[in-house]
Design a protein around this ligand. Structure first.
Ligand SMILES: Nc1ncnc2c1ncn2[C@@H]1O[C@H](COP(=O)(O)OP(=O)(O)OP(=O)(O)O)[C@@H](O)[C@H]1O
Ligand SMILES: [Mg+2]
Length: 454
């Protein structure tokens, strides 16, 4: 595919200028040709060109000087791609021009085919730069609210509720499948509340053994149980004045549910082994990927507690029910991981994006992010191609919960997900993660290296 564009051609030699202009026009481009660098400066100040093709040695001003002035006087967004033409003897100026920011150079004499190839490549670059900038601004202005990316109606709803609830101190219950962004929404609420300077304390109820969770939440006094050599503050006390985020609340035992209900009702609690109750002023945000209402019906979750938690419900839809979000998320993650990897990635081929948009993503946004991250890391060029994503085994209708029908890939996926989640629930403490997984720390190190998890 050839792209056509607007080209400003500057060369003082009429014969060359006319020949080049004609060839470029025949190739479909819009060409403005001038013999005068001064005139070129005026034109560049007045309108935007896609490509500036400039000779170096001219009587009024050299091509290099013109480039320098252009770079100093225009914003990056209004700049053309710059191509310098030089005679054999002045390759140094070509190198100088590239250092300044020119895209390429042509060494005179060159043939027309060579010129067309170089110009077309410059136009490709220009088009990607424009697209890229458009996506960036589109994302920044419209679809990125506190780092929550989403344009679908479902996510807009979530964002709106989060915005409103941030202004209050109401209890919030966030529900959604794994990887839909529950923790991210909880953080957004805290950091947009009046308590943002106060602590946000996270407790993962599933990661802490039941017998330790109570002391973790409420603290204990010295001698409260065997091994309690000193007294310890609980997470509620630490979160005083701020927010406590109770993740995976659905796994909490009935006895703790009762204690939590009391904190929500009375705003006070007793540390283990203490008679004295302590007042706290905290906002509670709870999250779960389980159906709490069904658990109430089955008698596995206390009804009163459910209503106390469900003051403001926020339900995050699974990614497969908001496929409109996929393109903006993909773009967001490309930027994020390209920057991290120190790579330049301009985008993704359209049918690769279609495949990503058609996939079911049982692991939701987290899984999409992992896929994009690997694509960015593996991509040999600046446009993510179908080959790269095929390597990652994205298929559009995976069996429930698994990414593909390939056994090896699924085993790998399960291994990686288990390690990743164990690390997440243990806040990155490897010893705890290994214990949670029931493996040795050495085995964990092996899996970390194997899956390149940091
Ligand atoms: N709308 C979004 N915009 C940008 N990033 C997102 C979005 N949703 C999720 N993410 C990213 O996906 C990852 C998973 O999100 P998060 O940890 O909040 O999910 P979760 O619902 O808490 O999952 P789990 O139930 O497994 O704990 C995070 O890295 C988060 O930054
Ligand atoms: Mg979470």
């Amino acid at each position: 595919m050839t792209v056509t564009g607007s080209i400003l051609l500057v060369d003082d030699e009429a014969k060359i200028r006319n020949a080049l202009a004609q060839a470029l026009r025949e190739d479909g481009h819009e060409v403005t040709a001038t013999e005068s660098p001064r005139e070129a400066q005026r034109l560049l100040g007045r309108r935007v060109f896609d490509v500036l093709l400039v000779d170096n040695l001219m009587p009024e001003l050299t091509g290099l000087d013109l480039i320098r002035e252009l770079l100093a006087s225009t914003a990056e967004s209004d700049r053309p791609q710059i191509l310098l033409m030089t005679a054999h003897a002045t390759v140094e100026s070509a190198i100088e021009a590239m250092k300044l920011g020119a895209l390429d150079y042509l060494q005179k004499p060159f043939d027309i085919d060579e010129l067309l190839v170089v110009v077309n490549r410059a136009l490709d670059h220009q088009r990607l730069r424009t697209q890229h900038r458009y996506l960036l601004s589109e994302r920044a202005e419209e679809f990125n609210h506190y780092g929550i990316v989403g344009r679908s109606r479902g996510m807009q709803e979530v964002i709106k509720t989060a915005e409103v609830v941030a202004k209050s101190k109401s209890t919030v219950l966030i529900t959604g499948e794994t990887g839909t962004g529950k923790e991210m929404v909880a953080r957004a609420i805290h950091y947009h509340s009046a308590q943002r300077e106060m602590p946000l304390i996270k407790v993962n109820c599933a990661a802490i053994p039941e017998n330790l969770l109570e002391s973790e939440l409420f603290g204990h006094v010295r001698g409260a149980f065997t091994g309690a050599a000193t007294s310890k503050k609980g997470k509620f006390a630490l979160a005083d004045g701020g927010t406590i985020f109770l993740d995976e609340i659905g796994t909490m035992s009935p006895s703790l549910q009762a204690k939590l209900l009391r904190v929500l009702q009375e705003r006070e609690f007793e540390p283990l082994g203490s008679e004295r109750s302590q007042k706290v002023d905290v906002r509670v945000i709870a999250a779960t990927n389980r159906d709490l209402r069904a658990m109430v019906t089955d008698g596995r979750f206390q009804e009163d507690l459910y209503y106390r938690l469900n003051v403001i419900p926020i339900q995050i839809p699974p990614l497969r029910e908001r496929r409109d979000d996929i393109p903006v998320l993909v773009d967001h993650f490309i930027q994020k991981h390209a920057q991290r990897a120190g790579k330049r990635i301009d985008g993704i081929e359209p049918h690769v994006l279609e495949a990503l948009q058609a996939a079911d993503w049982p692991g939701n946004v987290r899984e999409l992010e992992n896929t994009v991250e690997r694509a960015v890391v593996l991509s040999p060029n600046s446009l993510i191609s179908p080959e790269v994503v095929r390597l990652l085994g994205v298929s559009s209708s995976p069996p429930a919960g698994l990414p593909s029908l390939n056994l090896r890939q699924n085993l790998d996926w399960a291994e990686r997900e288990t390690v990743r989640r164990a690390l997440e629930t243990s806040s990155g403490v490897k010893k705890d993660a290994a214990e949670t997984m029931g493996i040795s720390q050495r085995a964990l190190s092996y899996y970390l290296a194997k899956h390149r998890i940091e």
